[in-house]
Design a protein around this ligand. Structure first.
Ligand code: PMP
Length: 436
């Protein structure tokens, strides 16, 4: 996606506003407005959830403030307008990820819901005892636990591609031995929420894996929760069958996710939630469903959130230059990693070189200081970072199951904020070392 000229280049939003104080960040992201406690909000937890964009909030409140109606039901003017708007956002999503048709876009409650939906509408109908499911050690629990549970229920085996402790990338050396017709599912995250990039430069290892697993007929599922806001996604180029993400990690509302399902898979998918909006005809002895995507969206959907997503995608299309955004985020990763490496007893996890060229998260642990203590002390300096296992427990066995602190970056973070984080970190570490 190519960014267009705009008044304030959005990919330098953080840097520009911090240096010259043009337009306050809070103009775009109201949650970043200075508070009584902190003159600047250093929000480094966008990998968990990003600050919501002002135009999204505005679109949603406009929606609630005027007459609307439920989608695909009412025949009065405002209900029909709502349906048109809802369906046009589906088209925007299709375009955003280069899906062939808006029928391939299913609205869900979030990435977790999208992934579970794949398991329920597709995988459970095709899995048989002895079948294989390939995942990676870096999966979020939303993938890791799901596929173990599906394997347990249907008698399948889960094969976990390990993370190489030296390169912090997926070790694909064992893949060829697994490739038989019994492999039915390949389910992988495109970017780890702890390590960041795990598939080498420009994801070449992922592309290799996809080509190989497709050759034995496996379905390809991509968890794009940590990618969608940071890099362009092209489902055709990626050759995936399913792709999942949450809208709240992009600057949109919570409670909304997207599931891309390639149209060639629709014939093998069966609805698993039943109710209004998904049926064509109902009688005691005869029930038929709407075509996809509607048969997978039972009940009143999150309409206001979808309207918010429309505003969000307008923003991305008009202002976000992904190449510049990647450079901005990766530069912040490099800045933080450089400083962390100079502090004795601090260990960065992940591939530092890849993080410095295409990363958006930096995770680390400090000898003798628990990640939660550190994160809570950093909070007193106005720095919001995440600490823990980040819903990826099997991954942390690589560094002795220790909790890590994670700083994650997005378009509103700047080098000045990272400098502030580094200074705060140095203070917190020496204070904790005095106490312990
Ligand atoms: N996958 C990855 C890689 C994630 O980082 C997350 C969120 N931390 C999820 C899945 C789940 O997203 P959600 O909680 O929005 O459903």
């Amino acid at each position: 996606m190519v960014g267009r000229a705009c008044k304030i280049p959005i990919h330098y939003l953080g840097m520009v506003t911090n240096k010259i104080l043009l337009t306050p960040l809070s103009h775009y992201f109201p949650a970043l407005a200075p508070s009584e406690k902190a003159s600047q909000q250093c929000y480094f937890d966008s990998a968990a959830t990003a600050c919501t964009l002002a135009s999204v909030i505005e679109a949603m409140s406009n929606f609630y403030e005027r007459a609307h109606g439920s989608v695909h039901r009412g025949v009065y003017e405002s209900a029909e307008r709502t349906t048109t708007q809802y369906e046009s956002v589906r088209g925007q999503v299709a375009q955003f990820i280069n899906a062939r048709s808006s029928a391939e876009i299913i609205f869900t409650a979030g990435a977790t819901d999208s992934l579970n939906t794949i398991a329920y509408v597709w995988a459970r109908h095709i899995l048989e005892p002895g079948d294989g499911i390939i995942i990676t050690q870096a999966e979020h629990h939303a993938h890791y636990v799901l596929w173990h549970e599906m394997a347990r229920r249907y008698g399948a085996h889960v094969y976990v591609l390990p993370i190489d402790p030296i390169t912090s990338c997926v070790d694909v050396s064992g893949l060829d031995h697994l490739l038989t017709k019994s492999i039915k599912v390949f389910a992988a995250t495109m970017s780890s929420n702890v390590l960041g990039p795990i598939w080498g430069a420009d994801n070449y290892l992922l592309r290799q894996c996809i080509t190989k697993v497709r050759s034995v007929g496996a379905g390809v599922i991509i968890d794009a929760a940590q990618t969608i806001a940071h890099a362009p996604i092209d489902v055709e180029r990626l050759e995936c069958d399913f792709l999942a993400f949450s809208v709240h990690k992009m600057g949109g509302p919570t409670g909304l996710g997207v599931l891309y399902a390639r149209s060639s898979m629709h014939a093998h998918m069966k609805p698993y939630r039943f109710g209004g909006g998904m049926v064509a005809a109902v009688a005691d002895d005869f029930m038929t469903w709407q075509a996809a995507p509607h048969c997978f969206e039972a009940g009143t959907p999150p309409i206001a959130q979808v309207v918010g997503l429309g505003a969000l995608l307008d923003f991305y299309t008009k202002y976000v230059d992904f190449a510049a955004l990647r450079q901005q985020e990766a530069t912040l990763c490099a800045q933080l990693i450089g400083a962390l490496e100079s502090i004795p007893g601090v260990h960065v996890v992940g591939n530092k070189e890849l993080l410095s060229s295409q990363g958006h998260v930096v995770s680390f642990y400090v000898d003798g200081i628990h990640a939660h203590d550190l994160a809570s002390s950093l909070g007193q300096y106005g720095c919001a970072v995440r600490a823990g296992d980040h819903c990826a427990q099997p991954l942390s066995s690589l560094w002795g199951n220790k909790a890590t602190v994670r700083a994650s970056f997005f378009m509103y973070n700047s080098p000045a904020q990272v400098e502030h984080l580094i200074a705060a970190l140095r203070n917190c570490i020496s204070r904790w070392r005095e106490i312990l």
